[in-house]
Write a protein that binds this ligand. Structure first.
Ligand code: C5P
Length: 412
């Protein structure tokens, strides 16, 4: 599965370093060429000999090797991916600050390959604003963070900060490599909707919402980068991926026409648009005058495009909806999975700081009809797009091209 892929496995000095051995073994089992890099402190927790024996080559620790005068750039340049297991608070701090204080820090600064960090530390350190701000900085720069879990920590304490399970770390690495391999959506037609619709009150006024279209466009960009044939149905004038078919629309009705038509030939449909649920039953043909007093707007429901897609779904087609909620989004997301017949619902709390409509970052949980859940902490919208597409790829792999099982729906 990972044959021919070169993974630098960085190990820093935390008690969880022993689990890096398990990650190493699993990556090697999957066929990866694993290049182990340890910090000096890491060697206090796990034997260099152990990691050298299990990895594809001996451990490297120093910037000053005689045979190779520039290992700090060579390792990063040659890597397909760098994963740091565990990532201590100190490592995250130096990386976020751009300080090259050793071979591993130099490697992550000198690479253009994807970097995955797997933090592990005591709860107090994990929750410290300095650590969280460093993580936010790294996420904004596109670094993938495998969130720690909660459980038993060193010294018998219990809390958040425990290194993620090695199986989940390897899954994150595999997904990231598939993405950077560039072709896991080759030949797949992906329809993406983006932006908020505008529902006319009269020729100059309309009802709309705060959607910027950034998340939908990021999904279209990411799908195109991974080889998909993209159809982007959008209400906003933002840059579009090269080669994509772009349909500009304004209203929910126009979006319904465009998306439902494109979906007839699509393998994947991602409804990232914020579609109006109601529109004025009648749009005044001429501008309403203030002197006529406040207008009495009568609203009527729009077509629920996602629910309609659920009813018309092609065999094997993957449907993704979004749930922009204020407050705890979980219950509504799960309800939406059922009522709309979607495979995945991406829930975000649009009221949470840094998450939601307008900014460049988002924090979401992806709920699957298969019961799986992926939490994506505050990240760039590109990073969120990547995580959504990882789940799409996993759905397609699980389903197979000929699976014609219709979705189960408990609500009308
Ligand atoms: O029902 P609600 O609007 O909360 O569901 C949100 C999801 O449904 C989003 O994926 C949105 O694009 C989609 N939607 C739709 N047609 C509507 C309203 C929402 O496809 N009329």
């Amino acid at each position: 599965m990972l044959a021919g892929r070169r993974v630098v496995l960085g190990v820093t000095g935390g008690i969880a370093a022993y689990k890096a051995v398990e990650v190493c073994r699993r990556l090697v089992d999957l066929g990866a060429h694993v290049v182990p890099v340890m910090t000096e402190d890491a060697t206090r927790f796990v034997g260099e000999v152990t990691l050298s024996a299990l990895a594809s080559e001996p451990v490297q620790r120093s910037l000053w090797r005689e045979q190779d005068p520039i290992p700090h750039t060579a390792l990063g340049q040659q890597a397909d991916l760098v994963v740091v297991v565990p990532a201590t608070a100190r490592f995250l701090g130096t990386y976020a600050a751009g300080i090259s204080d050793g071979l591993l820090a130099a490697t992550v600064l000198a690479t253009r390959a994807p970097v995955v960090v797997c933090p592990a530390m005591h709860t107090e350190m994990w929750e410290h604003p300095a650590v969280q701000e460093n993580l936010a900085t790294l996420r904004r720069r596109g670094v993938h963070v495998v969130e720690p879990g909660s459980g038993r920590l060193a010294g018998g304490d219990v809390g958040t900060g425990r290194l993620a399970d090695p199986v989940d770390i390897v899954a994150a690495v595999t997904a990231r490599l598939a993405r950077s391999g560039g072709a896991d959506l080759a030949g797949v037609t992906v329809v993406v909707s983006a932006g908020g619709t505008r529902e006319a009150i009269d020729p100059v006024r309309f009802i709309t919402n705060r959607s910027s279209g950034k998340q939908g466009h990021a999904i279209a960009d990411a799908a195109a980068a991974r080889g998909a044939d993209v159809v982007l149905v959008t209400t906003v004038a933002r840059p579009v991926p090269a080669g994509a078919t772009v349909v500009r629309v304004d209203t929910a009705a126009e979006m319904a026409d465009a998306v439902l038509a494109a979906a007839e030939h699509a393998d994947v449909v991602v409804m990232a648009a914020a579609v109006a649920d109601f529109r004025p039953a009648v749009a005044a043909p001429v501008k309403l005058r203030k002197t006529d007093g406040p207008p009495q707007l009568v609203l009527e429901p729009t077509v629920d495009i996602l629910a309609e897609l659920g009813r018309r779904r092609r065999p094997g087609q993957v449907l993704v909806g979004f749930a922009a909620e204020t407050g705890d989004p979980e219950e509504r997301a799960l309800q939406k999975l059922r009522s709309k017949g979607a495979d995945l619902v991406v829930a975000n709390d649009v009221a949470a700081p840094g998450s939601g409509f307008d900014g460049d970052t988002n924090a979401v949980t992806i709920y699957g009809a298969d019961g799986r859940r992926t939490v994506v902490g505050l990240s760039s919208k590109g990073e969120v797009a990547g995580a959504v597409l990882d789940r799409v790829v996993a759905c397609r792999a699980a389903r197979g091209p000929d699976d014609v099982t219709p979705p189960t729906r408990s609500d009308p």
